[in-house]
Structure formats: C-alpha cells, structure tokens
Design a protein around this ligand. Structure first.
Ligand SMILES: NC(=O)c1ccc[n+]([C@@H]2O[C@H](COP(=O)([O-])OP(=O)(O)OC[C@H]3O[C@@H](n4cnc5c(N)ncnc54)[C@H](O)[C@@H]3O)[C@@H](O)[C@H]2O)c1
Length: 388
C-alpha cells in the first residue's frame, strides 16, 4: 500500500510559525509518559485530552492545565494529529473516528487488533488523504539508530540469522487494569513482540513468511496486587509463542514472546552476519548499549549518545515534521500494517500448524539524519535522558 501524493504534500500548522496542535484520546496508564515526551519537542503543542471515562480525562488534564474534552469535542477541535492511547481492542473504532473527523492519526501499538482491521484503517486513511503513524517509535532512539548504522555499514556482512526474546511474567502485577493484555489484539506477541518485529523490519526490511507455535500455560490468571488484586482474568489469546521469521533479504530469525516466564538469561535481540554478530539492547527502550564483534574477535561495546532516555512521542514529532516538509514519516502505518500482518500470521500459522506467507511489504524507514533533533526542536533534559 503506497501513500498517495496528497498525503505527502507539505502542510502548515493551523497558525503559521506555531507548533503543530496534537490531542490525545485515552487518559490511562501510558498517558503521563506521552504528555512528558511530547513536551520535549518545541514543534508540538498538546491541546486537549479525552477519554470514554470523563473522570480519567479530567484528572490527567487538571495535572497538566489542559482542557478535558469529550471525544466529539476533541475531534471537532484544532488538533491536526490525534494520538490514540486506548487499548488495542478499541484502536480500529477510535482510529476510524479520528480519520473521519479529517485528522491525521497516530496510534499506540498495535495498529489494530487484527490484520483485517489494520488494513481497513489504512485503506480509509488513503481514501481520505490522511496519514497514519503508529508506535512503537523506540527504533528512532539512539540504540535503534546506532544498530541501523552498524548493519548498514556492512562490516558484519549480510545478516543471515538472529534471535529475539521477550519473555516475562506478564503485566498482571504492575498495570492497574491488566485484563486487555490477555484478549485478542494483545498477548505477549502483539503487545511486546511488536517492539522486536518493528526493530527487525527497520534493520532488515520486510518479512516474507512465518511459522508459529503458540501455547497458553495458565488459562485463568489472578491479579496479584494493585486496585484489582485477587480478580481473575480469563486468558483469551496465547501467552507463550515461538515464531520463525523469514526476511526478504534472506535472514531467518527466531522470536520467542511470553507472559509465562519468571526469569531467563537470553539477550533481547541478536543478529548474526556473514562476518560478525551484533547484540542489541531492549527494543522497548530508546537507549542501551550494543555489542558487536567481527568474526571470532573480541566484543566491542557501542553506546548511543542521543535519544537514549524517555522519548515516547518521538514518532509523533517526526510525523508532524514530515507533514510540514512533505516527506514520509518514519513510524508509519505501512510498516505498522506489515508488522501487524506478521504477528497475525504467526498466530494463524500456530493455529493451522503450517507456514503463512505475508501479503504486505514495506520500505525500511529512512534512518534519522544529522539535524534531526534540531528539526524537532528537541529540548533534552537529564531527567528525560534516564532509562524509559
Ligand atoms: N501502559 C503502558 O506502559 C504502555 C506502554 C506502551 C504502550 N502502551 C499502549 O498504550 C495503549 C493504552 O495502554 P494503557 O496502559 O494506557 O491502557 P489503560 O487501560 O490504562 O488506558 C486506556 C484508556 O483508554 C480509555 N478508552 C478505552 N476505550 C476508549 C474509547 N473507545 N474511547 C475513548 N477512550 C477509551 C479507557 O477509559 C482508559 O482510560 C495500548 O495500546 C497499550 O498497548 C501502554
């Protein structure tokens, strides 16, 4: 699916010279991280927040001195980009409403709860000449971009294989309302594997075929602490998945995602090239140290210098700048749809015990260029530069 010409025409913010107005639907757990992240960019102006629970919007808005709006008021307002921070199961409906209101959409991951829903959202955006941006944007951070430059520099040779591991005990003990993580559209693959797959696609390009195995170790889970302590969650999507991913450039990568594991000692992401190896830090963070080696030489550490802290919303800032300058934004719907198809396909491959070939492909997003931080009017602060 290609962006049409209309979508790549430069746009100016409502008031020339002013920052791009953005608004948020969804005032839940991740909202404060976005509010803080967006405030780092002089090119963005947060103009309002709405939530299906007006009291949630009011509480978050009050803390920031923002207007709390109804969803209808927000959609009728001045925002050019609306950020969707609702749970995955609401991404399609909220995303459709945003697009039908004539706003560009930036949504939390995954793009939608299923590939079919994601594809329809993208078709609607294309028909309306609007853009979709989608988290994760962590690949735009210092670690992801340093990995990109190391892979593209060619010293490791072509990447032929790799492994990715996201295994933990699930969000039951820290999220105030963890039920949605165990419904279709979430689970460890769609909720967390999405960071690993997006990183891999920006580094290696599109995936062509997947295999999958899926398993649910505990069909009912008890919330151990927090406001819902003792409540049961009925698990409706697999909580332990192992995937084989074949990339168009030839690499074969294994990916394990789980909400059923207390501890492990595997690294997050490793890539094996014809002439060397690369170990990446957690792709759910913007920073972290990388290690590489050539052939059987010693490991060398590489520490990124910029965008290494808490920068959720970096993808929104890039999208706003792309709208102004008429270029493709990096955390874009085309890549998000491809990653969503890959995740959906792993689940189907597991169900039918057969490989699934993908229909979509996407271009690798452009690496960030020198002057990126200046173009976004990024205001670095030591607090934000701590680990996300
Ligand atoms: N919590 C995190 O640490 C985290 C981290 C990264 C990404 N995310 C992503 O952010 C999104 C939101 O996660 P969260 O943890 O903030 O969830 P949450 O349940 O804490 O908050 C979601 C909010 O959306 C509101 N909402 C639900 N449906 C709505 C609708 N149709 N219209 C308007 N409001 C609606 C709910 O009332 C709630 O306040 C998810 O896609 C999640 O994957 C969360």
């Amino acid at each position: 699916m290609k962006m049409n010409e209309l979508q790549l025409k430069p746009e100016t913010p409502t008031q020339p010279g002013m920052a791009t107005p953005v608004a948020i639907i969804g005032a839940g757990d991740i909202f404060p991280a976005y509010a803080a992240g967006l405030a780092q960019f002089g090119t963005l102006r947060l103009v309002g927040v709405a939530d299906a629970r007006p009291e949630a919007a009011a509480a978050q808005a009050q803390a920031l001195g923002l207007p709390a709006l109804s969803v209808d008021e927000l959609l009728a307002g001045e925002a050019q980009i609306v950020i969707n921070l609702t749970p995955p199961q609401a991404h399609r409906a909220v995303g459709e409403a945003v697009l039908k209101a004539g706003k560009h959409l930036y949504t939390e991951k995954p793009l939608a709860g299923s590939f079919a829903d994601g594809a329809e959202l993208m078709e609607l955006a294309t028909a309306l000449g609007l853009r979709i941006g989608c988290a994760p944007d962590t690949f735009l951070g210092g670690a992801g971009q340093l990995a990109r430059s190391l892979v593209d520099a060619g010293q490791l040779g072509r990447i032929v294989a790799g492994q990715a591991t996201m295994m933990e005990r699930g969000p039951d003990d820290w999220h105030p309302n963890p039920g949605f993580f165990y419904r279709p559209g979430a689970g460890p693959l769609m909720d967390m594997g999405v960071y690993y797959l997006t990183q891999l696609v920006q580094l290696l390009g599109p995936i062509t075929r997947v295999k999958g195995m899926a398993h649910t170790s505990w069909p009912i889970r008890q919330i151990p602490r927090g406001p819902r302590q003792g409540e049961s969650i009925q698990v409706e999507t697999p909580t332990h998945l192992v995937a084989g991913l074949e990339f168009e450039q030839g690499a074969f990568i294994t990916l394990s995602t789980s909400f059923d594991v207390w501890k492990h000692k595997s690294s997050h992401l490793e890539l094996y090239g014809e002439r060397g190896s690369l170990v990446l830090p957690d792709p759910n963070q913007f920073g972290g140290v990388l290690e590489s080696c050539e052939a059987d030489g010693d490991w060398q550490a590489h520490a990124p210098q910029s965008f290494t802290g808490r920068h959720r919303g970096l993808g929104v800032a890039d999208m706003a700048e792309a709208l102004r300058s008429g270029r493709q934004h990096r955390a874009n719907g085309e890549m998000a749809l491809h990653v969503l198809e890959a995740m959906d396909a792993v689940l189907r491959a597991a169900e039918k015990n057969a490989p699934v070939s993908l229909r979509t492909r996407c271009a690798r997003p452009d690496p960030v260029n020198p002057g990126f931080a200046e173009a976004l009017q990024f205001k670095s602060s030591p607090k934000q530069e701590q680990r996300a």
